[in-house]
Design a protein around this ligand. Structure first.
Ligand SMILES: [Zn+2]
Length: 72
């Protein structure tokens, strides 16, 4: 399952950090951040609960870049 989320981040470098943090989150199969569009596309593992996984993705992104936001 794939879902797209609106994000807020200040630069392409931080967007890349968010992408790496999202990819490492349990339940995430793949994640892509588009800095120009301020969107994060997340592919979830089979059986993962997107709402719960995204809470963790948001938490992990804030660890690497406290100035970012994912609108859930
Ligand atoms: Zn930045």
């Amino acid at each position: 399952m794939k879902k797209t989320y609106k994000i807020d981040v200040d630069c392409a470098n931080c967007a890349n950090k968010m992408e790496q943090a999202a990819k490492k989150t349990e339940g995430v199969k793949d994640a892509t951040v588009n800095f120009m569009a301020l969107k994060m596309k997340v592919e979830f593992e089979d059986g993962a609960e997107p709402a719960a996984v995204m809470q963790e993705v948001r938490k992990n992104c804030k660890i690497v870049e406290d100035d970012c936001e994912i609108f859930l």
